[in-house]
Unconditional design. Structure first.
Lengths: 183, 101
């Protein structure tokens, strides 16, 4: 498949636009000097990924991504930033000084993965858009063939909930405990 | 659309996550980079599902599992960060040298 025939499909223009937005946001996540901005750029990267999922006709996963990540996880991150850093302005101490070898290593990771996928998959087409996965199929799969992993992942969430509360709560000193002062 | 354009995009996103994981000092920012990498994996899973077009939507099921586990990981991770910050007044990984010999 030549580049000309690839670029002549309008859906690939949408892909290029979203992909560029995702990459720029992802780059800003790892380079931004402001912690809050880094978290907000992650919203951009995740929102772009949701757009890609829509292109791939995975509507349910796209909206789950928006609800769970942008709705809940980012808020959790912002809470974590607020609790651990009182000044949320610019900060020069966010990165370690050594940037050369990490850049080389991540470039090597990218080249390896990209070369491997080009080598293995060539120009395999994906299903055309417009045939969205019916959520019913997904639900039957989740509660049919994958019902045990589904229950296990629910248990993992419960364990994470209890573990998070146990780790993050402040232990009372014996004096406080006697006088009944709540933490 | 071909499957490779999604795979290469997600490889770039994963590489950015690796870079952030190695360069950042703040634990919260390291967790953000981990989220970026997990998201790259999700793009891969959904793209493979669109390529293979399985009758049970297997790739999307696995993407949902990855999202769930990532949410649990963030919850526990931020609880640990909170605990470390409370004890050491710092959220930088290079200042946590208590267990360094």
């Amino acid at each position: 498949m030549t580049f000309e025939s690839w670029i002549s499909e309008p859906v690939n223009w949408v892909f290029l636009l979203i992909g560029l937005a995702v990459l720029v946001s992802g780059f800003r996540v790892v380079t931004s000097r402001n912690v809050v901005h880094a978290a907000l750029f992650l919203v951009g990267a995740l929102g772009g990924s949701a757009g890609l999922f829509l292109l791939l006709s995975a509507e349910f996963v796209a909206w789950v991504l928006v609800l769970v990540y942008i709705g809940a996880v980012i808020v959790l991150f912002l809470f974590g930033i607020m609790i651990t850093r009182a000044p949320t302005g610019l900060d020069e101490g966010l990165d370690s000084g050594r940037k050369f070898w990490p850049a080389i290593l991540s470039l090597a990771v990218f080249v390896t993965l990209a070369w491997g996928s080009i080598d293995a998959f060539g120009a395999n087409p994906v299903a055309t858009t417009g045939t969205a996965t019916v959520t019913e199929v997904l639900g039957e799969s989740l509660l049919g063939r994958f019902v045990i992993p589904f229950e296990v992942v629910g248990f993992v969430l419960l364990a994470a909930l209890i573990g998070g509360i146990t780790i993050a709560r402040r232990d009372l000193t014996p004096v406080e405990e006697e006088s009944g002062v709540a933490g | 659309m071909i499957v490779n354009q999604f795979l290469i995009l997600s490889a770039a996103l994963f590489a950015l996550g690796v870079y952030g994981l190695l360069v950042r000092r703040n634990i919260v920012l390291i967790l953000l980079s981990v989220e970026l990498m997990l998201n790259a994996v999700n793009i891969n899973l959904v793209a493979f599902e669109a390529m293979l077009d399985t009758t049970e939507a297997l790739g999307q099921v696995f993407a949902i599992f990855v999202i769930t586990v990532a949410a649990a990981e963030v919850g526990i991770g931020l609880a640990i960060v909170l605990m470390i910050f409370r004890n050491r007044r710092s959220a930088n990984v290079d200042e946590l040298n208590l267990m360094r010999w």
